[in-house]
Design a protein around this ligand. Structure first.
Ligand code: FAD
Length: 278
């Protein structure tokens, strides 16, 4: 059975009545299917316009789950979204970015999902809709493992909500792959740095992806950066011990030790990019 509801309400009722797998842009859905037939029920959410697009409110920014990466890149957003926009520009190709959605990237929950580190540094939350109402979680809690989330099978990821506490902070995203374009990350890093009037780091947020089952914030490093002079060379503050929360694996793309070295270098580069010297 193939369903293409036109509203969120219709979609959650279809899911409650028939179950089925959600189809959005299809850029993860179809490659994951391989040679297998379609699931018995498919709920194509791509026609639900009410959860596509970005709303800038007084204290938060709401990104509809069906917003495509191209729509996000084109939207006027505060400076702290620079890293997320950079990540979006590196998702596949322009053709992929035209189809692929924010919710698809998060619900697919690949350790290499490029949007996760920038959204973690923005303290993003996700809102899930079902017939029984909505549930909201910090993104950091929502993704619980490699391709595992807290989403129940009858829920649709409707929105991503970003608080506007760091609008003017600098941010940067750096991704390492085996080649320049159309590449799955070996490691990627997002940072946000807010500077105070005295020229020191007031707030620092650092997240690393592809180096553990789920992307991780490096809170010990974030704490160590606070108070440091906000200038070129900030990246030198990164120590190997700050990477302790990571658990990189050996795979076809890179060895664990290479990933670990790369993560440290990428963090330093991202911090220096925020200082205008990257
Ligand atoms: C050639 C190619 C290159 C790529 N390069 C990158 C890359 O560089 N970086 C990267 O991070 N990703 C990359 N991807 C993966 C993919 O494009 C992204 O993850 C994309 O954002 C997925 O969005 P989608 O709308 O296509 O999801 P879909 O394929 O439609 O869905 C993905 C999963 O999420 C679920 N889902 C989708 N929407 C919802 C929703 N609203 N609520 C609940 N569940 C939902 C689906 O059931 C499915 O399990 C690439 C893919 C391809 C084919």
């Amino acid at each position: 059975m193939y369903f293409r509801p036109g509203t969120l309400d219709e979609a959650v009722h279809v899911l409650a009545a028939h179950g089925g797998q959600i189809l959005s842009g299809g850029t993860d859905f179809f490659p994951a299917l391989g040679e297998r037939p379609l699931p018995d029920a498919v709920v194509d959410v791509s026609g639900i316009s009410e959860i596509r697009g970005i709303a800038v409110e007084a204290d938060h920014i709401r990104i509809g789950g069906l917003t495509t990466w191209r729509q996000l890149i084109a939207a006027p957003l505060p400076r702290c979204f620079h890293a997320l926009k950079s990540a979006a520009r590196e998702i596949g190709s322009i053709q992929i970015q035209n189809r692929a959605t924010v919710a698809g990237n998060l619900c697919n929950a690949s350790p290499a999902a490029d949007s996760v580190p920038p959204l973690l540094t923005l303290d993003a939350e996700v809102e899930l809709a079902s017939v029984t109402g909505s549930r909201r979680f910090p993104l950091a809690d929502f993704i619980v493992g490699n391709r595992k989330t807290l989403r129940r099978s009858n829920e649709i990821l409707a929105s991503v909500i970003v608080p506007r506490s760091l609008d003017d902070a600098a941010s940067a995203f750096v991704k390492l792959g085996a080649r320049r374009y159309l590449v799955i990350s070996i490691a990627m890093v997002a940072v946000v740095v807010k500077t105070n009037r005295e020229g020191s780091v007031a707030v620092a947020r650092v997240a690393v992806g592809s180096c553990s089952a789920t992307a991780q914030r490096l809170t010990a490093l974030e704490t160590a950066l606070v108070g440091a002079p906000a200038r070129s060379g900030l990246g030198a503050k990164v120590l190997q011990e700050h990477l302790a929360p990571l658990s990189p694996i050996d795979d076809v793309r890179a060895t664990a030790s290479y990933r670990s070295d790369a993560a440290r270098t990428l963090i330093a580069r991202a911090l220096d990019a925020c200082m205008g010297s990257g």
